[in-house]
Write a protein that binds this ligand. Structure first.
Ligand code: HEC
Ligand code: HEC
Length: 327
């Protein structure tokens, strides 16, 4: 009887992951269900011909060499237009409960149609973007292979882009190794930083595998955030006063790479971002040493970046509509 109880306890222990007591879980690796669709989506993600100028692709603002962002306060759109808000990373974005700072797109597929037709971003129309693709036989062949239809449509385009984006996960950060039981993966300072992060309540909002993307929260809970940005957050959608300055909690994965910070991109250093979060969200003033420890911890959240061969795009044909970069 006693032996059986011990055996059971051992079995339960083996089945319980090392991180079960933590508010944060490791990022799981992703295995695509449809590799051909992912390959097509990758091409579309890098193809600037989905923009009016023929110059701006998804990768222009979500640069996969730079943590899936543009590292600018706000993005530069068609005709050098100044964007209204900071570009969030596309890395691990499939884990978001909704897309955009205010969550106005329900998933990656719905989101992907937005920038192509946004006059301040790629400034094209869905019809023209699809015309460009259908004028290129190599693209048509690839759409046929993936979707079994002779002609591309915007639904297929957004399906393929979303399928590619789902692969953009960043597992195996040093912190994830620590979560999985490699106690040497973090230094003493980094571990102290994690304890401070957890014990002071940062994980009330930054939890789960992506450490964000799971709730909308008010920026400036304890004290107001001083910003020049006109973005109102969720209130822009609902019109409700209670939703003013409520934003989707951003992921903290790869945070060392995705500066500048916050929806207005006004903060360039992690030290300042941590100081602001402490004061505005938790009513807590960290000293320099505490900030340094939390920042050291945050830098262990950089995972394995997506790694693939740069896609080679099929050339345009005589029938492909020409780009209009200066209109
Ligand atoms: C001109 C710059 C620009 C281009 C081009 C662009 N984006 Fe974005 N993207 C942004 C900005 C800015 C936001 C945030 C907008 C907001 O929340 O209101 C964003 C948001 C997103 C999000 C939501 C992430 C999150 O955490 O909420 C995803 C996903 C995304 N873009 C994917 C794409 C894809 C796919 C393309 C190509 C079809 C694309 N973007 C093209 C600037 C750009
Ligand atoms: C009450 C919820 C909440 C708590 C608690 C909280 N955060 Fe945040 N965090 C947010 C929200 C919301 C944003 C986005 C705010 C914005 O952009 O205006 C954010 C943004 C950030 C960013 C910038 C991310 C980016 O990509 O722009 C960092 C870094 C960050 N938080 C770290 C922390 C740390 C460290 C703590 C603990 C000291 C903490 N947060 C506590 C809700 C919270």
């Amino acid at each position: 009887m006693k032996l059986r109880a011990i055996a059971l306890a051992v079995l339960t222990l083996a089945a319980t992951p090392a991180w079960s007591a933590e508010p944060i879980q490791p990022i799981p690796a992703f295995k695509p269900k449809n590799p051909a669709m992912v390959e097509l989506g990758k091409k579309l993600y890098f193809d600037p011909r989905l923009s009016k100028s023929g110059f701006i692709s998804c990768n222009s603002c979500h640069n996969l060499s730079m943590g899936g962002t543009d590292n600018l306060e706000t993005s530069i759109g068609h005709n050098w237009q100044q964007g209204p808000i900071n570009a969030p990373t596309v890395l691990n974005s499939s884990m978001n409960m909704a897309q955009f700072w205010d969550g106005r797109a329900k998933d990656l597929k719905e989101q992907a149609g937005g920038p192509i037709a946004n006059p301040g971003e790629m400034a094209f129309t869905h019809e023209l973007a699809v015309d460009v693709l259908n004028s290129i036989p190599a693209y048509r062949a690839e759409f046929k292979k993936v979707f079994g239809k002779d002609k591309a449509n915007i639904d297929m385009v957004t399906d393929a882009i979303a399928a590619f984006e789902e692969t953009l996960v960043t597992p195996d950060s040093r912190f994830d190794k620590w979560l999985k039981g490699d106690k040497k993966a973090l230094t003493k300072t980094e571990l102290e930083g994690y304890k401070l992060f957890k014990d002071s309540g940062c994980t009330a909002c930054h939890y789960g595998p992506a450490m964000g993307g799971t709730s909308f929260q008010k920026m400036g809970l304890v004290a107001a955030y001083d910003t020049k940005s006109k973005a109102e957050g969720v209130a822009g959608l609902t019109g409700k006063d209670a939703d003013r300055m409520k934003f989707k909690v951003p992921t903290l994965r790869n945070i060392e790479m995705t500066y500048p910070y916050f929806h207005d991109g006004a903060v360039w250093t992690l030290e300042e971002a941590v100081d602001i979060m402490g004061r505005l969200q938790l009513g807590r003033e960290y000293n320099k040493d505490e900030i340094a420890r939390i920042v050291a911890y945050l830098k262990t959240l950089t995972g394995k970046q997506p790694d693939f061969k740069l896609p080679i795009l099929p050339p345009s044909t005589n029938d492909t509509p020409r780009p209009k970069p200066f209109e």
